[in-house]
Ligand binder design. Structure first.
Ligand SMILES: [Ca+2]
Ligand SMILES: [Ca+2]
Ligand SMILES: [Ca+2]
Ligand SMILES: [Ca+2]
Length: 231
């Protein structure tokens, strides 16, 4: 009976929320869910559509969808469901058996967090949080692949990186600040004696070339020494 409800009521609601969602961050999972529900509704053969569904034996609720989105015969996307509600998807795009992207969905169906394994070793090391518009708003990264040991933070506006902070020394305090304009680096400030304030500021030109190096902070946010590069 739940399939009938999904066809008549639940899926259309989810589909509407999916269309409001930005295509850049929108989960492929909803497409998988759509495919699975379409299959369920049409009573056709799931294998023909490269999607297979698993149901809870006791409750009959849909729990998992395996999909071969690029139709090469290998499963690349695993979607965990609670009935028609998408909980999480795990994506193994290169089909090496290791997940490299996890998409977590909130109660309204939208993606609330995306985890990525930049090392492609099955362990996440970067976490992206979309803003209300669906574009990336901020990201956190861990060089130790540990979500409880974040050592780089990034902030985005209109899909572009605007600012980042990093704890390069690993002592738990930020020691590197980056400022971006139009997605390009403008300033890098470095805390070289790890006292929490920058000691050196590098300024970059529009082509990414180093323009100046300022050092010897005056204690008021400025620097006493300024070296012009290439002049
Ligand atoms: Ca595939
Ligand atoms: Ca993989
Ligand atoms: Ca530090
Ligand atoms: Ca310092």
């Amino acid at each position: 009976m739940w399939i009938g409800r999904a066809c008549a009521e639940q899926w259309p609601r989810e589909e509407r929320s999916a269309r409001r969602y930005n295509p850049g961050v929108r989960s492929r999972v909803l497409l998988v869910a759509a495919a699975a529900l379409t299959i369920a509704c049409a009573d056709s053969d799931p294998e023909a559509a490269h999607v297979s569904a698993t149901y809870d034996e006791a409750t009959g609720r849909l729990t998992r969808i395996e999909a071969d989105l690029d139709r090469n015969g290998k499963i690349d996307t695993y979607t965990y469901m609670d009935g028609t509600k998408v909980l999480r998807s795990e994506i193994d795009a290169d089909e090496d058996g290791q997940i490299e992207k996890w998409e977590f969905h909130g109660d309204d169906g939208r993606v609330v967090k995306v985890a990525i394994s930049r090392e492609k070793n099955g362990v996440p090391d970067a976490w992206m949080y979309p803003g209300p518009d669906g574009e990336p708003a901020r990201a956190e990264m861990s060089s130790e692949q540990d979500e409880s040991k974040i050592d780089r933070w990034e902030w985005y506006e209109d899909g572009l990186l605007v600012r980042a902070e990093e704890d390069a020394s690993g002592d738990g305090r930020v020691d590197k600040w980056e400022t971006y304009r139009g997605g390009a680096i403008v300033f890098v400030e470095l805390d070289e004696d790890y006292d929490g304030t920058p000691d050196r500021r590098l300024t970059y030109g529009a082509a990414g070339q180093l323009l100046t190096i300022e050092s010897e902070p005056d204690g008021a946010g400025g620097f006493r020494k300024r070296l012009e590069i290439g002049r």
